[in-house]
Design a protein around this ligand. Structure first.
Ligand code: SAM
Length: 280
């Protein structure tokens, strides 16, 4: 018997052996498995030799469906949530279920495993100390470019999911908005035609254009964060620092304090502070 709880169970993203022993145990013992697509999950369960009661749960499920599964947990049953591939809630259904479980004081237990963005980041050769996972960018170019502009200053690696029919236009927009940064494409991870290519955005565009196969399958796109140093050579965003200080202090004091923090001369900061405060 499993302890009554909502279990969030990661499943493979390609290679069916990428599932943990604990995940198999939870799927076998759960009273019910809530699946994004029951037929898809049935194929995995058949491969694993697991018999389970499958019921559907997806992002279009309404409040009554959320309540239906959580009532079961409150009645002493165990519910396992799975998506079609990887970790539920990561660009996949489940958020409403987990958020409501917390509101109702119901225990939520993660059963970790495969996740395409983590697998991609671990093998892409781009800085992994800090990153932003964006999931899918907006489908239309205007929205996509707008979101990319908002991300332009991020210093951590940017990670996106992308579909085959948008991979080329997405990379072109990245080139236009973020410039020709180091980047990587992780395609068909854990599957037969897995390809991980690290280069620059412009070369990756050439690479996907020259070979039809490189536009097929599933993609994670990773773009190096903004590595530009500020004019004074520090990693601190001077404007942000000055604006923060100006909200509390007069121009002269803000410039003096910023100069001390950054270890640079006061005069250029004073000039910039005047501009930022609209006094010049
Ligand atoms: N929940 C999943 C996870 O944990 O990664 C992601 C689900 S999201 C609906 C599907 C997207 O994830 C795909 O369009 C692709 O961008 C990415 N993806 C999933 N499996 C992948 C794989 N084997 N190789 C590369 N990208 C993959």
């Amino acid at each position: 018997m499993l302890q009554p709880a909502l279990y969030i169970v990661a499943t493979p993203i390609g290679n069916l052996d990428d599932i943990t022993a604990r995940a198999v145990q939870v799927l076998s013992k759960a009273t019910v498995v809530a699946a994004e697509d029951t037929r898809h999950t049935q194929r995995l369960l058949t491969h694993l030799g697991v018999k389970a009661k499958l019921e559907s749960f997806h992002d279009y499920s309404d409040d009554s469906r959320v309540a239906y599964f959580l009532d079961k947990v409150e009645a002493g049953e165990s519910v396992a949530l799975v998506s079609d591939a990887g970790t539920p809630l990561i660009s996949d259904p489940g958020y409403s279920l987990v958020a409501t479980a917390h509101q109702r004081g119901i225990q939520v237990v993660p059963v970790p495993g495969a996740c395409a963005m983590v697998a991609a980041l671990s093998a892409a050769g781009l800085p992994s100390d800090s990153f932003t996972f964006e999931g899918f960018l907006p489908a239309k170019a205007t929205g996509r470019k707008g979101r990319l502009s908002e991300l332009a200053k991020n210093q951590g690696t940017l990670i996106f999911y992308e579909s085959p029919h948008r991979i080329e236009s997405m990379l072109s927009d990245v080139l236009e908005v973020l410039g020709d940064r180091p980047a990587a494409i992780a395609r068909e991870l854990t599957k037969m035609f897995e390809t991980i290519t690290k280069s620059t955005v412009s070369e990756l565009i050439g690479f996907t254009k020259q070979d039809d196969n490189q536009r097929k399958g599933e993609f994670v796109v990773l773009i190096e964060g903004n590595r530009e140093q500020t004019a004074d050579g520090s990693d601190i965003d001077t404007d942000h620092l000055l604006t923060t200080l100006l909200a509390e202090l007069p121009v002269k004091q803000s410039a003096a304090l910023a100069a001390t923090i950054l270890g640079v001369k006061k005069k250029p900061l004073y000039e910039r502070a005047l501009q930022l405060s609209g006094k010049k």
